[in-house]
Write a new protein. Structure first.
Length: 366
C-alpha cells in the first residue's frame, strides 16, 4: 500500500484548512494511513494514535505492548512510546514540534477524552479543531490494489461457505454452523470474521440481525447465513438464504422476488447515479410483489477496512456513487412467524456499470 501518498493527501487537506496537525485515533483510519494493524478492544482502550503534522514526518504514539508491532508494520513513521499516557506525551511533544492548531476525530473520541484534550490544548495555547470523516471520505474510493484484496476476501468467504454448507444438516444448531464458519476463516488465513456471523433458521430468519443460538436447524425451512471475513485488513460481506431439504412454493416465490430486486439494482449501478435511486430500483420490485412493508432496511452499504462504511444505499441518500466504491446489494423480505430471505453480493462501482465480486450464483438463482 502507498501509505506515504495517503499521508500526503491528509497533509494537503490540513494545509488548506490552515491546521498544523491531526490526531488519528480511529483504528481503521490509523491502519489505512500507516499500516499499523493493532486494533482497539473498545473505544475506551486505544492501541495508539497517529499524529500527522501538516509539513513533517508522521509520528505513531503507542505504549510498550505495541512497540515492536508498530516498528515492524510502519515505514517512514517515527514511533514514540507514552509510558505515562497519551496526553502526558502530547503535552511535551506538541509544543516541541511547533503545533499551534490540532485537529482530532470528533466522531470517534469519547466526551471525557475530548474534554481532557481541550483542557490540555487550552493550557498550551493550541487551537483545537473537531473534524469528522476526513479519512473515511478518502477510504470510500478504493484503488486497484485494494479492490484486488477485497476480491480475494470475497472469494475466500465464498469458498468457506461452500465447504461448511456441505456439513449442514437438520438438527445441527445455529451456533455449530457459526463456529464452524469462523474457525475455518482463521484456518484459511483470515484475520477473523468482519462481524459476528449470523445463522438463523426458520422463523428466526425474519430477524435481520439474529444472533446464533442453540436452536436446531429446521428441515424444509429457510436458513439465513450472513458472513464475512477480514483478509489483509479488508472485509467481505455476503448473505445466502436457502432451505435444508425441500423448499415450499412460498419460499421459492419470495426468494425469486428478492433475487429479481437484487439484479434490478445491480443493473442500475454506475458512477453518477444516486444511492437513493439504486435503493428504489430494488424496492420497487419488492413493493410491486406485495412485500414492500417487509423490506425495512437500506439496500446496502460500503465495505472496505470496515464492514460498514459510506456510502449507505438508502432511500434518503442523494449522494452520487463514484467509480472505485465497493458496496453491498442486499434486499430482503422478512415475514414474522414465517422467516426471511436476504441475498447479498458485493460490487465495484465503475464509470458505466459495476463488477460483481461474488463468483458463485448457485445459491441465488433457483
Amino acid at each position: 500500500m502507498n501509505y506515504s501518498r495517503r499521508i500526503k493527501k491528509v497533509q494537503e487537506r490540513l494545509r488548506r484548512k490552515k491546521i498544523d496537525a491531526i490526531l488519528i485515533t480511529q483504528p481503521q483510519n490509523r491502519r489505512y494511513l500507516s499500516g499499523y494493524s493493532a486494533g482497539d478492544h473498545d473505544i475506551g482502550e486505544s492501541s495508539g494514535a497517529l499524529l500527522i503534522p501538516a509539513r513533517e514526518k508522521p509520528i505513531l504514539l503507542t505504549d510498550f505492548r505495541f512497540q515492536l508491532q508498530a516498528q515492524q508494520e510502519t515505514k517512514g513513521i517515527d514511533v514514540l512510546l507514552y509510558p505515562k499516557g497519551l496526553h502526558t506525551l502530547l503535552k511535551g511533544l506538541l509544543p516541541d514540534i511547533g503545533i499551534t492548531s490540532l485537529a482530532f476525530e470528533s466522531h470517534y473520541t469519547l466526551h471525557n477524552v475530548a474534554k481532557t484534550l481541550k483542557s490540555m490544548c487550552k493550557k498550551l495555547s493550541i487551537t483545537l479543531h473537531p473534524t469528522s470523516d476526513m479519512v473515511e471520505k478518502m477510504r470510500q474510493i478504493k484503488d486497484k490494489k485494494e479492490i484486488e484484496i477485497i476480491r480475494r476476501s470475497v472469494f475466500l468467504n465464498e469458498k468457506i461457505f461452500r465447504k461448511i454448507y456441505k456439513t449442514i444438516y437438520p438438527g445441527h444448531t445455529e451456533i455449530d454452523v457459526a463456529l464452524a464458519l469462523e474457525a475455518t476463516m482463521r484456518r484459511r488465513g483470515a484475520e477473523g470474521p468482519s462481524f459476528e456471523t449470523i445463522v438463523a433458521t426458520g422463523a428466526r430468519s425474519a430477524l435481520p440481525h439474529s444472533v446464533p443460538g442453540t436452536v436446531k436447524i429446521l428441515k424444509n425451512k429457510a436458513l439465513m447465513i450472513d458472513m464475512g471475513l477480514i483478509l489483509d485488513g479488508y472485509c467481505s460481506d455476503m448473505t445466502r438464504t436457502f432451505v435444508v431439504g425441500k423448499a415450499s412454493k412460498k419460499y421459492l416465490k419470495i426468494h425469486r422476488l428478492v433475487r429479481k430486486a437484487q439484479l434490478a439494482a445491480i443493473k442500475q449501478i454506475r458512477a453518477g447515479v444516486s444511492a437513493a435511486s439504486i435503493d428504489k430500483a430494488a424496492r420497487d420490485i419488492i413493493v410491486r410483489g406485495g412485500y414492500g412493508k417487509y423490506f425495512g432496511h437500506a439496500l446496502g452499504h460500503g465495505v472496505g477496512m470496515a464492514v460498514h462504511e459510506a456510502p449507505r444505499l438508502g432511500g434518503r441518500n442523494r449522494r452520487l456513487l463514484k467509480a472505485g466504491m465497493i458496496i453491498t446489494v442486499e434486499p430482503g423480505i422478512y415475514l414474522p412467524d414465517w422467516g426471511g430471505v436476504r441475498l447479498e453480493n458485493m460490487v465495484v462501482v465503475r464509470e458505466d456499470s459495476c463488477d460483481v465480486l461474488n463468483q458463485d450464483t448457485t445459491w441465488l438463482d433457483i
